[in-house]
Design a protein around this ligand. Structure first.
Ligand code: URA
Length: 454
């Protein structure tokens, strides 16, 4: 008869710097997923691991245990190479919402399983759910059917797919244990490998607004993620991209959907679209729809210019029960929020030197766009819209940003100063600072500075 799991002993082992066996990790994850280990014990275990480290053997065992905590889907009966993308999390990072319809419009099926907001970062699921009626909780049968019929589906983890990640993710979010490579890698790769993809593109965010603050850490995470993908025989490549300033102009759930719709309509937000098109092109090549990156880039841009990507987004929203009328008029929904402007108070004109993505991420959570406890409801309309980006010239009295929340004017008022403090200024024109864009594939790093400044 198997010995009863002694969770206290496992916590003590990690607290004292020891290593767990694969069998112990498997048992712990299975028991936690089944509700036999309470959150307070799991929190202690996660914090002890965070502080004392996880060996590479433990990390591999954790990924396996989380991957097999539910079903591992087989999508081979659905035609085409299925390709997905995942970001390690950032502020204003709405790339998935723009990219998935672009790639699907180019003929590559995109089965995407995403997460909610985590720490100071936003989550694709919360963003999609800010579209009235949008259902991210499809069953596996519905997920398969939609992928087959329209080539795109975007859902959250279910009881069936990587349920361990769903629970652990929510716990890490509110216990300050997110920024840890073994947990991030296991979280991402367990749900991505469980969704049955043929190839995977990863966007490892780096900088103040990311979980990985330095290029070294981001490279290490990228290499870890890619090696897990390769070990599972799923072609995987990673880009390490800049997250020192927010990506694009909108932060918050509906504000980011609105910006995504505008981009699908052809608005060029250069920093955002550079990352989006780059990752989209990688997916189109991995999906065997183009022979070269450059050809794929042309296809991706054409999908937007021709309206096909926006049509695909409309099909996605309709199929998942969302109100498609908001797509035609996204600005009207935003007008329902209380709002105020953050004004540049300097006496001389100046250039925006930096915009602290972390501070703005935290501010948008405080406005209601994210959670500080597992039970919190998010405010779909809460967020921040920037009116300038790094390098822009501002004059006294210019609005730097609009701060929004559903109905609590007080919240907006309280957060204005914090948002204002996230900006720094310089009298000098900025030059020669390009956004980080490094590519990792087949064990080789390619350092390619982005064309957009930061
Ligand atoms: N994205 C995930 O899915 N999990 C993490 O832990 C971090 C980012």
């Amino acid at each position: 008869m198997p010995q009863e799991l002694n969770v206290v002993e496992l916590i003590r082992l990690k607290r004292d710097g020891g290593n767990l066996t694969a069998a112990q990790i498997e048992e712990l994850i299975a028991a936690y997923t089944a509700g036999r280990v309470p959150d307070y014990q799991m929190s202690a275990f996660v914090m002890a691991s965070f502080l004392n480290g996880f060996s590479s053997e433990e990390s591999a065992a954790l990924t396996e245990a989380m991957l097999h905590s539910g079903e591992v889907l087989d999508l081979s009966d659905i035609p085409g190479k299925k390709v997905d993308k995942h970001s390690t999390g950032g502020v204003g990072d709405k790339v998935s919402i723009i990219l998935a319809p672009i790639v699907a419009a180019c003929g590559v099926p995109v089965p995407m399983i995403s997460g909610r907001g985590l720490g100071h970062t936003g989550g694709t699921l919360d963003k999609l759910e800010s579209i009235p009626g949008f259902n991210t909780g499809l069953s596996i049968a519905e997920y398969r059917k939609q992928l087959r019929e329209i080539g795109i589906v975007m859902i959250g983890q279910t009881e069936e797919i990587a349920p361990a990640d769903r629970k652990l993710y929510a716990l890490r979010d509110v216990t300050a244990t997110v920024e840890f490579i073994p947990f991030i890698a296991a979280s991402i790769m367990s749900k991505k490998l469980a969704e049955g993809v043929d190839a995977l593109v990863l966007d490892v965010k780096c900088g103040k607004g990311a979980f990985m603050k330095t290029t070294e850490e981001a490279h290490q995470l990228a290499e870890t993620l890619v090696s897990i993908g390769e070990a599972a025989h799923t072609p995987t490549l990673a880009w390490v991209t800049d997250m020192s300033a927010p990506l694009g102009r909108a932060i918050g759930n509906w504000p980011e959907i609105e910006e995504s719709i505008n981009c699908l309509n052809g608005t060029d937000v250069p920093d955002l679209m550079e990352v989006t098109y780059t990752l989209a092109a990688e997916m189109i090549v991995l999906g065997d729809r183009a022979e070269s990156f450059d050809a794929a880039l042309v296809m991706a841009k054409h999908a937007v210019a021709s309206g096909q990507a926006l049509d695909k987004f409309r099909q996605l929203v309709f199929a998942q029960g969302g109100d498609v009328s908001v797509i035609d008029d996204p600005g009207t929904r935003s007008e329902q929020a209380s709002r105020d402007e953050v004004v540049y108070k300097g006496e001389m004109k100046a250039y925006v030197e930096s915009i602290d993505a972390y501070e703005l991420g935290v501010a948008s959570i405080a406005l209601g766009a994210g959670r500080t406890s597992k039970e919190d409801e998010v405010d779909p309309l809460a967020g921040i819209v920037l009116h300038c980006q790094v390098g822009d010239l501002v004059r006294p009295g210019d609005s730097l940003a609009t701060v929004m929340a559903s109905d609590e004017e007080q919240r907006v008022d309280r957060m204005k100063n914090i948002v204002g403090n996230a900006f720094s200024f310089t009298p000098d024109v900025l030059s020669g600072r390009s956004r980080l864009m490094n590519r990792y594939s087949d064990g080789v790093w390619m350092h390619q500075p982005g064309s957009v400044s930061v």
